[in-house]
Ligand binder design. Structure first.
Ligand code: UDP
Length: 346
């Protein structure tokens, strides 16, 4: 019998790529989303890529406890991957109550529903933001977490703690994996799914592709006076398909009883630091486009340098990032061009 995985927030950027990889790995999935920050584009893309027209889609909000319970009653859920959350750092500073309410309540409802049905395997999508400005790079899973720089970051940290506590209290009924993502970028090689930011993108790569396609006039590179080789920040950019495959490895690890502890943490990154300027140069080179950019003041809250030590995920989960930055940036550009062909430069 196939195992069923619930993908909360499954119609979004990361959720849609994970959905494809889960289906391709032989899982049944249920996608649930309230479409607060996406439309049907990526869900339709998932169906097209996988050739599956029968993927269950539940339009619902995980902040609704009874709807969440009903969902767990309706499907034989073996594992849940929880993506459904708000993710804009700046907005979270402006609207902390909205962020805490949405991101914590939705996760608490998932955990309560999982508890009520006697247990579940829970995978939480966390972030390298929990490490703050690390004292030492690369960061391992043992690197101490720092106080969060934003309510958004704090919700990630708090959800990590909540899951750890629930696992501890559950006597083995709830198992947890926390995946700490570094900087997910790119798009599926089919160019049928990718990132669809609403309004002006906050993240670097969507801003780059939108500038290259003519939607934005100029990319601001935030700060060129950091203590790094070229003065711009260093990050660990991880291909979205590689990142999605890490979820398949994690789900299998939980279902196959391979976990070393009932709640585990893994860094999901490449281990390769890249500066903003190196990324911009690579984008121009691999896609043969000229990018209009200028240096601008530092952005508040940015850390100078962070990248992963992915050894634990490599060794214990058998997962490794395989796609080159060139492939990734090609895919990001192909997706932006696909959007232009489909929707024009709105
Ligand atoms: N960045 C930039 N211009 C932009 C967006 C981002 O120079 O328009 C820089 C940002 O300062 C950081 C890096 O790109 O050094 C990655 O930022 P992003 O927001 O994509 O991810 P973060 O690392 O903040 O989670």
């Amino acid at each position: 019998m196939k195992n069923t995985v619930l993908v909360s927030g499954g119609a979004g950027f990361i959720g849609s790529h994970v959905s494809v990889e889960l289906i391709e790995a032989g899982f049944d999935i249920v996608v649930a989303d309230n479409f607060s920050n996406c439309d049907l584009t990526c869900f339709k893309g998932v169906k097209k890529i996988t050739g599956r027209d029968d993927i269950p889609l539940e339009v619902m909000d995980f902040c609704d406890a009874s709807a969440t319970k009903a969902l767990f009653a309706k499907y034989p859920i073996d594992a849940v991957i929880h993506f459904a959350a708000f993710k804009a750092v700046g907005e979270s500073v402006q609207e902390p109550v909205m962020y805490y309410k949405n991101n914590l309540l939705s996760f608490l409802n998932v955990l309560e529903a999982a508890q009520d049905k006697g247990g579940c395997n829970v995978l939480f999508s966390s972030s390298a933001t929990v490490y703050g400005e690390p004292d030492k790079v690369p960061v391992t899973e043992e690197t101490p977490r720092k106080p969060a720089a934003s309510p958004y970051g704090n919700t990630k940290k708090m959800c990590e703690d909540i899951l750890q506590d629930c696992v501890k209290a559950s006597n083995g009924a709830i198992k947890g994996i926390l995946l700490r993502y570094f900087n997910p970028i790119g798009a599926h090689p089919s160019a049928l799914i990718g990132e669809l930011p609403r309004g002006v993108p906050n993240n670097l790569v969507p801003f780059i592709t939108q500038t290259a396609v003519g939607k934005r006039e100029c990319l601001n590179i935030f700060g060129n006076d950091y203590p790094t080789p070229d003065g711009t920040c260093l990050r660990d950019y991880i291909d979205i398909v590689d990142l999605a495959k890490a979820h398949v490895c994690a789900v299998k690890r939980m279902l196959d009883g391979k976990m070393a502890q009932p709640c585990e943490v893994f860094n999901i990154g490449t281990g390769r630091p890249l500066s903003v300027l190196e990324l911009v140069n690579a984008f121009e080179k691999v896609n043969g486009v000229k990018l209009n950019y200028r240096f601008a003041p530092r952005r508040e809250g940015d850390v100078t340098a962070i990248w992963a030590d992915p050894a634990k995920a490599n060794e214990q989960m058998g997962w490794k990032a395989t796609r080159s930055i060139e492939e990734t940036l090609k895919a990001a550009w192909a997706w932006e061009c696909h959007l232009k062909t489909t929707y024009g430069n709105e």
